[in-house]
Design a protein around this ligand. Sequence first.
Ligand code: C2E
Ligand code: CA
Ligand code: CA
Ligand code: CA
Length: 279
Amino acid sequence: AAKAGGDRQRRYDPGLDDEADAEARLGAELRAALDTGQFRLVYQPIVSLPDARIVAVEALIRWHHPGRGLVNPADFIPVAERNGLIVELGAWILTTACAQAVTWQRTHGAAAPARVSVNVSARQLAEPGFADVVAHTLAGTGLPAHHLIVEVTETAVFGGGQSVQTVKDLHQLGVRIALDDFGTGHSSLGLLHTVPVDVLKVDKSFVDTITMAGRHAVIATALIQVADGLGLSAVAEGVETAEQAAELCRLGYRLAQGYHFGRPVAEPDFHGVRTAVAG
Ligand code: C2E
Ligand code: CA
Ligand code: CA
Ligand code: CA
């Protein structure tokens, strides 16, 4: 049996080989995409409840591949994480989002949201000097530190390296820290003792069920109580219907994000009237 096992291990495995090839190919394409400007950022409104006023936007990356068309971040961010390109790509994302927020403030004045929220991956956060990169980007673009929100997951904060210290350094700079996908396996209560957090982003999965019959609003209710109790803001993610918005409002949520209020777009309509909350 031991011999057979050994044979199996040595046998050529076309499946794994193909996967490694595909990953390497995608990695090379990502490099080229960064060099030739195939990435764009889109921005999704984060609104206040119940008046649906835009108070911030979350920057989300899009890859317009010349052959494949639009590639989802879920299909390439993990690859960029593994091959390390996320460090350079992340720096581009940060600079582009901060510069855009400053431009909107100049062109739309008070109608434009003061704050921009940027997703930061585990690899970026673990990189020594990341807080310096952020400080440099703020100085270079002219965005005040308190207008930047950095979105991290618990997995990223506990990813090793400098991550925990970096979150503390960012907070010290005046940057706001948002805990993404809060309530899922990626984020939990223990982290709140370890790093300074300003915003809890309550995962879509808890919003999806709140208008269903039964006890489904229990977690969404518990999470807003945690946020209120600790003096943190809570953003309900993935709000798709007026009914969900109304229910969140009733539960005490004052911030929300989702297709009901606006999809991620290159240029959100800061002057438009949004549907607030169903009566
Ligand atoms: P996330 O940070 O949790 O972002 C929220 C995702 O939910 C986005 O998907 C957004 O388009 C989507 N979404 C927003 N509202 C709704 C809704 O009402 N219904 C539904 N079904 N979906 C909604 P997206 O843009 O495809 O991004 C997926 C994930 O990729 C993000 O999850 C984030 O983890 C990662 N990502 C996106 N952009 C960046 C980036 O610039 N840097 C890094 N490091 N990661 C990014
Ligand atoms: Ca996010
Ligand atoms: Ca999220
Ligand atoms: Ca997510």
